[in-house]
Write a protein that binds this ligand. Structure first.
Ligand code: B12
Ligand code: SF4
Ligand code: SF4
Length: 256
């Protein structure tokens, strides 16, 4: 099976779905054209991710999600310029970014559901971990990391801000589907975990919480900022993403 067929399903959904717009908020589209990457379900990286210093033993491999898994389809949905540019102002998150986080995730989940159904229609099994009842999100670690799956699937590398940087940048959201369908894996055009990052440090000065230092990003400081400054003010909306906007890696791989 060619991955171009899968790409067509994904890109048609993003182009045509009503979930990719929020008319009442004046947002014509949440996401631009997606990127997809495929990993072999037996790629040794998935076992490596169980190391405590990478993710940890609770991270499930593709075969632990779906017994006869052969491929992992991951996609990056880049935010539209309307959402990204609104968040260029420093400080608190733009309302457009908050909609991108909440309604944007509904669109992401709608896409994953649609992809699972289309794959089932071809007679194959498929599961989106984020939609599964076994999916957990404890503190700052989940049992299926979308960024690590995307790294394995050739979509890009991490940055100093811990965002995953693709060739269309890092301002966007990731989703994935594990399937019994055999697809050709996307070659990884990198060797190092932080290869696409120039270590320019712009994300350090963008972060209102002081969570990013030249040594790396502290997930707990970022989370504390959400707990103390974002949730009380904006719930049921939340988000920040200053480290993903007005930075050289917002829409491109800055190290190419
Ligand atoms: C928990 C969580 C959080 C926590 C912790 C953040 C974190 N970085 O893990 C909090 C609440 C702080 C948070 C904040 C945000 N989040 Co969040 N979050 C998640 C969630 C649910 C799980 C993340 C997880 O399990 N992390 C596991 C830990 C282990 O990851 P890590 O510490 O970064 O991993 C490092 C090590 O593995 C290390 N490493 C060491 N050795 C090796 C070796 C190898 C081979 C590799 C590959 C790596 C490696 O490299 C990594 C980077 O330093 C995911 C959704 C999902 N299910 O994946 C979204 C997700 C990471 N969040 C996302 C976003 C957008 C955000 C925010 C911008 C909020 C917003 N929407 O406004 C901020 C900032 C993100 C950032 N810069 O990191 C996106 C990321 C998009 C991107 N381009 O990267 C995700 C993927 C959601 C999505 N579906 O798109 N988030
Ligand atoms: S802003 Fe610069 S240092 Fe920060 S993640 Fe992007 S490229 Fe790396
Ligand atoms: S999401 Fe906000 S608080 Fe968290 S690291 Fe990025 S800029 Fe800092």
């Amino acid at each position: 099976m060619k991955s171009t067929y899968i790409y067509t399903i994904i890109s048609n959904f993003i182009e045509q779905s009503h979930l990719n717009k929020i008319e009442e908020k004046g947002i014509e589209k949440i996401y631009e054209e997606p990127l997809i990457g495929i990993a072999d379900a037996e790629d040794s990286l998935f076992e490596k991710f169980k190391d405590t210093e990478i993710i940890g033993p609770n991270h499930k491999s593709p075969k632990e999600w779906l017994k006869n898994a052969k491929s992992v389809i991951t996609c990056f949905l880049p935010f539209s310029s309307q959402i990204r540019k609104a968040n260029h102002k420093p400080g608190l998150p733009a309302s457009e970014w908050l909609y991108g986080r909440i309604e944007g995730e509904e669109c992401n989940k709608g896409l994953l559901q649609h992809l699972v159904k289309e794959i089932n229609n071809l007679g194959e099994e498929a599961i989106a971990p984020v939609l599964d009842f076994n999916f957990t999100e404890e503190a700052v670690k989940s049992n299926w990391s979308e960024r690590h799956a995307a790294f394995a699937a050739g979509l890009g590398t991490f940055g100093l801000s811990k965002s995953l940087i693709t060739k269309k940048g890092c301002a966007g959201r990731f989703g994935s589907v594990i399937t019994t369908m055999k697809l050709d894996p996307t070659p990884r055009e990198y060797e190092n975990v932080y290869e696409y990052c120039t270590m320019c440090g712009v994300c350090i000065s963008r972060c209102p919480a002081g969570a990013i230092k030249k040594e790396g990003k502290d997930n707990l400081i970022c989370k504390k900022y959400f707990d103390e400054k974002i949730y009380p003010k904006y719930l049921p909306y939340y988000g920040c993403g200053k480290c993903q906007t007005a930075v050289p890696c917002e829409t491109t791989n800055p190290n190419k």
